[in-house]
Structure formats: C-alpha cells, structure tokens
Design a protein around this ligand. Structure first.
Ligand SMILES: [Zn+2]
Length: 152
C-alpha cells in the first residue's frame, strides 16, 4: 500500500480542527490529510483514513474518532473477542433448544428424532468447548501489543 503524501502540517491541523468542531469532514478533505485505509472505525464503523504524524501512524474517520495504530489494534482485538463470545452464546442457545426439542419429540413418541436432536446438541456442545479453548489463548500475542517504546 502506498504511503500517504506528507501534507502541509498547517492544512492537516486545520482539517482536523474542523472535524473536531463540526464533527464531519468530506471525503475530499479526508483525502487531503491521509489515504483511505482498509479498516473501519471501531466506534462508528465508517471508513478510516490513515496518516503519518512524523513516524507515528494514525487513523481517523470522518466523524472525528482518532486512533494510533496501537489503539486501533487493541480495539480490533477486543471486537474479535466480543464476536467470539457472541457466537458462543448463540451456539449455547442452539444446544439448549436442540435438547428441549429432543425432549418434546420423545414425549410425543418419536424416539428416533429425539435421539438425532440430542446427538446434534452434543455436537454443538463439542464445538463450543473447542471455541472456548481458542478464545482462552489471546487473539494476538501479548508481545505484539507492545510497550509503547517505539511509536508505530
Ligand atoms: Zn468513527
């Protein structure tokens, strides 16, 4: 990916002040201070533009949310973990519902279908356990989160 051109500092500051005051910049203005990144803003899910301040890589959306690369990494990591837990909650509900369906059809005399629902519930529970193990190891290695000695 090409690096954004280093823009006139005063102009960059002017546009960023405008974003802070008016809370919305045009795409043209954002393109003056940075280039469109491949990332979305963790807060508003809008496009993030990336820019350099000296050696510091920063990201900013049109509504004014701003991140260092380190802060963006931490937010994305938290978001991935939250999605994992949401998936597990959904799978737990699936397993419980399958078990209830099994009991219901068994009470109505359909033993074969009850067995299939119960087996499927057990399979979902196995997948949940595998996912829990995956989450218990962090999404990224702690060392990748850095100690802040080197601006990135
Ligand atoms: Zn935003």
């Amino acid at each position: 990916m090409p690096e954004p051109e280093h823009t006139n500092g005063a102009n960059t500051l002017g546009i960023e002040v405008k974003i802070a005051k008016e809370r919305l910049a045009s795409n043209r203005e954002m393109n003056e201070i940075g280039i469109v990144s491949e990332f979305t803003c963790p807060e508003c899910h809008g496009t993030l533009w990336q820019m350099y301040e000296g050696n510091l890589l920063r990201f900013r959306c049109r509504t004014g949310h701003a991140y260092t690369a380190q802060a963006l990494l931490e937010d994305i990591t938290e978001s991935v973990e939250a999605m994992h837990w949401a998936t597990i909650r959904g799978m737990e509900e699936t397993a419980v519902l399958l078990k209830q369906m099994s009991e219901h059809v068994r009470e109505n005399g359909n033993v074969e279908m009850a067995k299939r629902f119960l087996e499927e519930s057990a399979r979902v529970n196995e997948k949940i356990e595998a996912m829990r193990k995956t989450i218990s190891t962090d999404v990224i290695d702690q060392t990748a989160q850095g100690s802040g000695t080197m601006p990135i």
